[in-house]
Design a protein around this ligand. Structure first.
Ligand code: F6R
Length: 244
């Protein structure tokens, strides 16, 4: 089993800067790299560091393609809670990537199964993902792959749990507007990435990070599958690493 590399940083900002450097050197080595990207709060320091690097002309995304992990079903890209909107606002519009080369699953497609197959085809046509960025949920989820799913799925539709919808309702006018479903890369899709970059920060992630990296490999902790991947680097702050 390959050893997971852990890069420890004093805080979330420094963890993000260190992870950004891995993406920058990948793009230097391979200017047409395919990056797998994630939303959520953990990647924001990475995206800020990448914006700074582009502004300083240390790196160019002109030849890069990106594929995002997931998207809500039924939210257009113009909706401020859609993951497409998040990516445009936090990264894409601040860097020199061609927006036509950025992919987020299509949660507006009337035929969602076809949208899942099309997303897998996009990834295959791009030659696969060179480096997939992941955050980790408090329950060990990666993408929208919740505990006790399975390890083999490709891009698929998930029904959001009531607790997830309840947690997200603060971002919407009412609970009725919170999407009931999402489209996500499966663990099988994620696992096929050549490199995995996991960003994990904050004391509240310490327990889940320990079970993901050192606990049993089980669909009850979806991120535990990463123990079997040959090239994983974890960027974490001291708070998240406090139980190691
Ligand atoms: C985001 C995603 C999720 C998040 C996870 C952690 O595209 O797929 O799995 O990475 O929920 O979220 P944060 O970083 O907000 O703690």
């Amino acid at each position: 089993m390959a050893r997971i590399k852990i890069v420890s940083a004093p805080n979330a900002l420094e963890a993000g800067k260190a992870a950004a450097e891995q993406f920058i050197s990948l793009i230097h080595d391979k200017p047409n790299a395919v990056l797998g990207l994630a939303t959520g709060s953990s990647p924001l320091p990475i995206y800020n560091a990448l914006r700074d690097a582009v502004a300083a002309k240390r790196v160019s995304f002109a030849g890069v393609h990106s594929v995002n992990l997931d998207e809500y079903v039924g939210l257009p890209g113009t909706h401020d809670q859609s993951y497409r909107y998040f990516m445009n606002e936090n990264l894409f519009r601040h860097i020199d990537i061609d927006i036509a080369n950025t992919y987020v699953p299509d949660g507006m497609n009337e035929d969602l199964d076809a949208a899942c197959d099309a997303y897998e085809q996009i990834i295959e046509d791009l030659g696969g993902v060179d480096a997939q960025l992941l955050g980790i949920g408090l329950n060990g989820h990666i993408g929208f792959n919740e505990p006790a799913g399975d390890f083999f799925k490709r891009t698929h539709i998930v029904e959001l749990t009531e607790s997830t919808r309840d947690a997200n309702k603060r971002f919407f006018a009412s609970i009725d507007e919170v999407p009931t479903h999402a489209i996500t890369m499966g663990i099988g899709t994620i696992f096929d990435a050549k490199k995995i970059v996991l960003i994990c920060t904050g004391a509240n992630k310490a327990v889940v990070l320990r079970s993901a990296l050192n606990g049993p490999i089980s669909p009850h902790t979806p991120a535990s599958i990463l123990q079997l991947h040959s090239d994983v680097t974890v960027y974490a702050d001291e708070a998240a690493l406090s139980l190691f």
